[in-house]
Design a binder for this molecule. Structure first.
Ligand SMILES: *Cc1c(COP(=O)(O)O)cnc(C)c1O
Length: 368
């Protein structure tokens, strides 16, 4: 069990707090679990969730590919020996120079959602495969994408047709149901929209995106339940057989591989509230506590507990982690006590600022 492996690794070591510890064996196991539950899907790990080289190597060793968002992530993958044909440039927002950079390094799979980006692809990535991302209504996720990405399903066939006219390979359709999506039925609307597009313009690959949830404080369905819902939707909307599918999980691959060790800086009674200040906050690793979107499990040891407001260490009024979500921590907590934040391998280190209030980014240590 990973928590034990991480605790054993930490025994006798005292790196400066706070820090993240990653167990790459968990990453490998999660990629294999996706391969078992959705055996006919290609897997492209979303590198932004955690670009740590050991994580990339674990995904590679387990047979996965990579969803990359720009030149730096491409370079990071190539540096670990990933072949460029295992990279998918999934970010619809890219500079022409970034497209040229990717193409020059051998990347041939791109996601697009706009005619202007398609023109850039035709110019800087001639002949490359393009997948058109559509915006679909999904039930709210914990961290939704809003309306930032995706053309309307009605526009998608037109973009695929245009891609072919421009000499590109119109490979497929993609959608993303929003990250930390707790509802396995969320994929149905996207699969239904894809089937309509397919009737107009047959394509060969359907990219189902990421979004698979992680059990933080509230349980989410098992991967088996997500996959059963997705398979049922594919069968319902593509009765004559679905195109090949691809997945881009990020959070579900790496969250469970990571544990953050932090420390109490201060405990203060303010009116009726007990405020607990940690040495980690919004800017040095816990960015996803914005709007209290991700309620991490916080373990501060045994003992009688009472309600707390949990805040970060910086001089910023927004650096409060939880004041609406009810949390209880031991009444005996005092400055210097250790705190563990569990399932913290995704969207933590990669999200931390470089020097806000002089606090550096979250350091990562990886088990062998
Ligand atoms: C961030 C992202 C993902 C990963 O989403 P998760 O919710 O972490 O699984 C997948 N695809 C794209 C295009 C993304 O931007």
């Amino acid at each position: 069990m990973s928590l034990e492996r991480i605790r054993r690794f930490l025994a006798g070591q005292h790196p400066p707090s706070p820090f993240l510890v990653i167990d790459p064996a968990v990453v490998t196991e999660r990629v294999r679990e996706f391969a078992r539950e959705l055996p006919h899907s290609l897997l492209f790990y979303a590198v932004k969730a955690n670009p740590e080289p050991a994580v990339l190597r674990a995904v590679l060793a387990a047979g996965g590919g990579f969803d990359v968002a720009g030149p730096a992530e491409i370079t990071a993958c190539l540096a670990e020996g990933v072949a460029p044909d295992r990279l998918s440039y999934g970010n619809p927002i890219k500079k022409p120079a970034d497209i040229a950079f990717a193409f020059d390094r051998g990347v041939r799979e791109f996601v697009t959602d706009a005619a202007s980006d398609l023109a850039h692809l035709a110019e800087h990535a001639p002949g490359a495969s393009v997948t058109v991302r559509v915006l679909v209504d999904a039930p709210a996720s914990a961290t939704p994408f809003g309306r930032k990405f995706g053309c309307s399903p009605a526009e998608a066939a037109g973009l695929l047709r245009r891609a072919a006219e421009l000499g590109l390979d119109p490979a497929g359709v993609a959608f993303h149901v929003g990250s930390q999506q707790a509802d396995p039925a969320a994929w149905d609307a996207g699969i239904a929209a894809a089937a309509k597009i397919f009737a107009e313009f047959p394509f060969r690959r359907l990219n189902l995106g990421g979004g698979f949830g992680v059990t933080y404080r509230a349980p989410v369905p098992s991967l088996a339940r997500y996959s059963a819902a997705i398979r049922a939707s594919l069968a319902a909307h593509f009765p004559a057989g679905a195109p090949e599918t691809a997945l881009e999980p990020g959070r579900a691959i790496v969250a469970g591989a990571g544990l953050i060790r932090a420390e109490i800086v201060l405990v203060a009674q303010r009116g009726e509230h007990r405020w607990v200040y940690l040495d980690i906050g919004r800017y040095n690793g816990l960015a996803e506590t914005e709007n209290e979107a991700i309620p991490y499990r916080v373990d501060a040891g045994p003992g009688e507990r009472g309600p707390v407001v949990i805040a970060g260490p910086t001089c910023d009024g927004d650096d409060v982690l939880y004041q609406h979500t009810p949390y209880e921590l031991p009444l005996s907590l005092k400055a210097g006590d250790p705190v563990e934040i569990l399932d913290a391998g995704a969207y933590t280190a990669s999200y931390s600022s470089v020097s806000f209030n002089g606090i550096g980014p979250l350091r990562t240590y990886c088990l062998d």
